[in-house]
Design a binder for this molecule. Structure first.
Ligand code: AMP
Ligand code: MG
Length: 347
């Protein structure tokens, strides 16, 4: 922690909130948060995807604090959030395809992996020659970025490997006074992390992480085929430190995913979660039956996914069984399947 951030953490935002560490996004508080960031602090930032743990991207010491607060391995690069395309161009070489996608989907849940410029610290890119950049559309994130006029590194505000945060209280319950300044942006509108598309390989764009922006939408805009290069769980395990990515987005309770329609038998102290409200409810199992949406609307499933997983985790069940959407899905449905499969310790 730098001396200036240490001193700044002793202050409090001018407009107080209903709960400790969470502050309303008033004009005065936005100015305070911008000043906190300029002094090297790490703050909780609402975006439309999930809440982020933000620091000035060009402040290496502050970015280092993000890794230590999260317990994130240094080999896992951070996404940089920008106010506009011009700010992205100051950090990376934006090819024509990047401009097309930025114009079509920014501000929004699409991250572009681009060739980086030398001002971007190696710490952010985990030593790679590329940097991941996106422009968020959450009004509070936009206001803060405009106030700052500087890029923010912001990975999801959860301890590494745990379920991502979609509400301000998810940030404070995990970090408490380690992150004493969290801006309240309400529940996240999308609820899943951004789609990541790699544009650093010329005319071979590839989706590295599925999200709300689909491969088909990207392909339509670029007039190019777009590969989806999701590592399966075993490959992810082999490619990184053993035992880390395999349990990404995971509740602490053992979770088991099952395919749509093949309902497993559960015991008394086990929970079951469906994508939509089941037609008939077994009265003896009612207390242990949950659903992400009333009618299977996948936008609602995405929005409620991490919050429900966290609630189930807190209830003390021995195991959680969770329904997966179909394997042949695209876009948001594929993203939901990806997150649930990774959350489950057994596929
Ligand atoms: P998050 O935890 O949501 O901030 O996601 C960060 C993820 O973005 C990382 O775990 C990587 O999968 C991806 N990422 C960030 N930077 C790069 C990069 N330069 N190249 C490829 N993927 C990246
Ligand atoms: Mg994350």
């Amino acid at each position: 922690m730098s001396k200036s951030s240490f001193e700044f953490y002793k202050k409090a935002p001018p407009d107080g909130g209903a709960s400790s560490f969470v502050y309303p996004p008033s004009e005065a508080n936005i100015r305070f948060f911008a000043e906190a960031l300029q002094n090297g602090c790490v703050v909780g930032l609402p975006t439309e995807t999930v809440y982020g743990l933000a620091a000035l991207a060009l402040d290496e010491q502050a970015c280092h604090s993000i890794f230590s607060i999260k317990g994130r391995p240094l080999m896992d690069p951070l996404i940089v959030h920008v106010a506009d395309l011009e700010m992205a161009r100051s950090l990376a070489i934006v090819p024509e395809d990047g401009r097309i996608l930025a114009e079509a989907f920014w501000p929004g849940p699409l991250t572009l992996v681009l060739k980086k410029r030398s001002i971007v610290p190696d710490l952010i890119t985990a030593g790679k020659e590329t940097v991941a950049i996106r422009m968020p559309r959450h009004p509070v994130a936009k206001k803060l970025l405009h106030q700052l006029n500087a890029p923010l590194a912001a990975p999801s505000a959860n301890p590494f490997g745990y379920v991502s945060p979609t509400r301000p209280e998810h940030v404070t319950s995990a970090f408490g006074d380690k992150v004493p300044f969290v801006l309240d942006g309400g529940p996240c509108e999308v609820g899943l992390e951004s789609t990541i598309v790699d544009l650093s390989k010329g005319k071979n764009p590839a989706i590295l992480r599925p999200g709300a922006v689909t491969a088909e939408q990207i392909s339509d805009h670029l007039r190019l085929p777009v590969q989806t290069k999701l590592l399966n769980l075993e490959e992810t395990e082999a490619a990184t430190a053993p035992g880390t990515m395999l349990r990404h987005y995971s509740p602490k309770t053992k979770m088991i995913a099952f395919e749509l329609g093949s309902i497993p038998k559960t015991a008394k102290n086990e929970a079951i979660a469906f994508l939509q409200r089941p037609g008939t409810l077994n009265p003896s199992r009612e207390q242990a039956t949950f659903w992400f949406s009333e009618d299977g609307d996948m936008e609602i499933v995405a929005r409620t996914l991490f919050d429900l997983l966290r609630k189930l985790d807190a209830k003390g069940f021995e195991r959680i069984f969770c329904e997966l959407p179909p394997a042949n899905a695209d876009g948001l449905v594929l993203a939901i399947r990806d997150r649930l499969s990774r959350a489950a310790s057994i596929k």
